[in-house]
Ligand binder design. Structure first.
Ligand code: TMP
Length: 392
């Protein structure tokens, strides 16, 4: 495996240190490579998961109304399809604050959330969800099977690609699923990352960026078939994968169609990542020169949204508080902290509304519609950098 994308030395995407706690920040080389045999796109460095998903892990899945509606929709679809009949059982890996399982619990269906980050696990519990505070792997799967019986569904959203021990997760799925059970997960899609030059989706938590072909190859190694794949608009372009035990279900036509489309687009070739690297460099050069000229003109620029992605972009581009004095974000646990490495302060959206900057860089670009609607009173101009730098 060789590295094809070099995003420089980076801190943890979701670290959000306190302004007085900057000593000893953790940095690592963010280099992205592709496996020569299965074309799995992955980080060359492996950051220990205990460092990433600590007790105060700040991400809240329920923070966006669009996402909340999406996950309620996922729950209702599973209730109508895989979870009909007597005493069905669903396990969610990384249930976060219970955004999906809340609807399952409300329907009275047996469920278990597996969530190692304590603060979000507590939020899920407060919604009536049963939570096992652990990382999901082979051992956890065996423990759940012994205590609760086989699962009809294992679900995960924006979490499976975060787990560097993917082999143990897939072995665990085989252990935990009943004979006709399915492992359904949705994750940012390599095809969308390449198409949109979304290089900021690479950060320490995204150990992998999956494609249909790489997931099919990985699943096969452990006795699982990829039986469905469904493109989703969420998180800037995701894919929902459905795995079943070998031979248990017939793959839908979508699998072969998507595999052919991926081959045609070169998603299994190093050259595709190298081209993405060149486009990222162009975004970096354009964004920094735009921000420098705005500063020279005396314009006031703010950032909007502090997703983990902001850490990658600002550190890769060398953008600090000199170019963007603050970024606003609605997540209370990120406010009054700073973006790791670049040290841009994170403030509540009320500061942005009061300050009325001339320009706002939209870092939470995957929530563009929701944010622009919410900020329809904003009189300045939006700057976007995905897929290229533009002033709207
Ligand atoms: P995400 O892209 O990982 O979902 O993170 C989006 C970030 O943007 C998250 O920190 C919350 C923030 N956000 C706002 O500040 N205002 C909003 O209206 C929305 C939708 C998100």
């Amino acid at each position: 495996m060789k590295g094809s994308i070099d995003l420089g030395v980076q801190p943890r995407g979701n670290a959000f240190p306190k302004p007085d706690g900057l000593a000893g920040e953790f940095f690592y080389p963010l280099i992205v490579g592709m496996c020569d045999s299965c074309a799995m796109v992955q980080l060359m460095a492996d950051i220990p998961q205990e460092v990433r998903y600590h007790d105060q892990y700040p991400y809240r899945a329920s923070n966006s109304t669009v996402h909340s509606a999406h996950f309620a929709g996922v729950a209702h679809r599973l209730l109508r399809t895989e979870l009909t009949g007597h005493d069905r059982f669903i396990v969610e890996i990384g249930c976060n604050d219970g955004v999906m399982l809340a609807s399952i619990a409300e329907a009275g269906v047996r469920h278990l959330g597996v969530e190692p980050s304590q603060e979000v696990a507590e939020l899920a519990r407060s919604r009536g969800i049963e939570v096992l505070p652990r990382f999901f792997d082979e051992e956890t799967a065996a423990q759940i099977r012994a205590g609760y019986g086989p699962a009809d569904v294992i679900f995960g959203a924006n979490v499976i690609a975060h787990i560097s021990h993917l082999d143990s997760v897939l072995k665990g799925a085989v252990t935990l699923l009943g004979p006709d059970g399915v492992f359904v997960f949705e994750e940012p899609y390599l095809g969308a990352v390449v198409e949109q030059t979304a290089f900021d989706l690479f950060y320490d938590e995204h150990s992998f960026v999956f494609s249909v072909s790489s997931i099919r190859a990985a699943a096969r190694l452990f006795g699982l078939d990829l039986v469905d794949a469904e493109p989703l608009a969420i998180h800037g372009g995701s894919m929902r994968y459905t795995l079943a035990k070998r031979g248990a279900r017939r793959p839908t036509p979508a699998v072969a169609e998507l595999l052919a489309a991926e081959r045609a687009r070169g998603l299994d070739r190093h050259a595709t990542l190298e081209e993405l690297n060149r486009r990222a460099e162009r975004v970096r050069d354009d964004l920094t020169s735009l921000l420098r000229s705005l500063r020279a003109e005396g314009k006031r620029v703010a950032g909007y949204g502090a997703p983990a992605k902001i850490t990658t972009v600002t550190n890769y581009c060398g953008i600090g508080a000199d170019l963007i004095p603050y970024v606003c974000d609605s997540t209370p646990s990120k406010q009054n902290r700073v973006v790791a490495g670049s040290h841009i302060p994170v403030v509540p959206p009320s500061v942005f509304r009061r300050d009325r900057p001339d320009y706002a860089v939209l870092f939470a670009w995957n929530h563009a519609e929701e944010i622009m609607e919410k900020e329809s009173g904003f009189t300045g101009r939006w700057i976007v950098y995905i897929p290229e730098v533009r002033i709207l």
